[in-house]
Design a protein around this ligand. Structure first.
Ligand code: GTP
Ligand code: MG
Length: 196
């Protein structure tokens, strides 16, 4: 019921434009096309809450969706965009790292990776950042429906092994926006971060 109440609040171009730093925020991040918007929409039981692809760099950084007075979901623009030049990438990284490093309300980061090719370089960068900041991270291995059950489980086990060694505050699960696999588990993780 909490997530069904999600509604768009505002987009902040950078940290200084974010709402007052209070309450609970959980941010969604991941490569472009990883299935971020689809996952957000399924988690909030809404068809088109999160808008489709925006141009990275030029886009507003931090998109706020409000759940209740104290709780917010944040949609961060997708990364891994090949066409963007180095300076735009730097600005994007600086804006993102400001938000992740300084935002007290940020309780956890949901990191989406396509189950068929997880742990791309920028995914690892996000894991490393959060690890240094001791910010909990939960990986959704998206599009699990694209693999057989056995293949998907293998991918999950392999990722877990990698996380266990290096990232003590990270967890991971399989997810599919198509058939809603993993939805309950994702809700549970969000509930725990939202102290709900
Ligand atoms: P950007 O906004 O560009 O960063 O992409 P995104 O990460 O928000 O991905 P989006 O949710 O727009 O999904 C990208 C494509 O993957 C779309 O064509 C979706 O229909 C498809 N897709 C997303 N989730 C799933 C899934 O769970 N299963 C399958 N089969 N396809 C999915
Ligand atoms: Mg999107």
């Amino acid at each position: 019921p909490l997530y069904q109440k999600a509604h768009y609040l505002k987009s902040a171009p950078n940290l200084s434009h974010c709402p007052e730093d209070q309450g609970y925020e959980v941010a969604f991040a991941g490569r472009s096309n990883a299935g971020k918007s689809s996952a957000l929409n399924v988690i909030c039981s809404q068809k088109s809450l999160a808008r489709t692809s925006k141009t990275p760099g030029r886009t507003q950084m931090i998109n706020y969706f409000q759940l209740d007075e104290q709780r917010f979901l944040i949609d961060l623009p997708g990364y891994g965009f090949a066409k963007v030049n180095v300076n735009v990438k730097r600005v994007w990284e600086a804006g993102l790292s400001d938000y992740i490093e300084q935002r007290q309300a940020l309780k956890g980061l949901v990191l989406m990776m396509d189950v068929r090719h997880p742990l791309q370089p920028l995914d690892v960068m996000m894991l490393d950042w959060c690890n240094e900041l001791e910010l909990p991270i939960h990986v959704l291995l998206t599009k699990a429906d694209k693999l057989s059950r056995n293949q998907a489980n293998q991918a999950w086990l392999q990722l877990n092994k990698h996380l266990q060694d290096k990232y003590p505050l990270a967890s991971a699960q399989l997810f599919s926006s198509l058939n809603k696999q993993g939805l309950e588990q994702a809700w549970q993780k969000l509930d725990s971060w939202f102290d709900y």
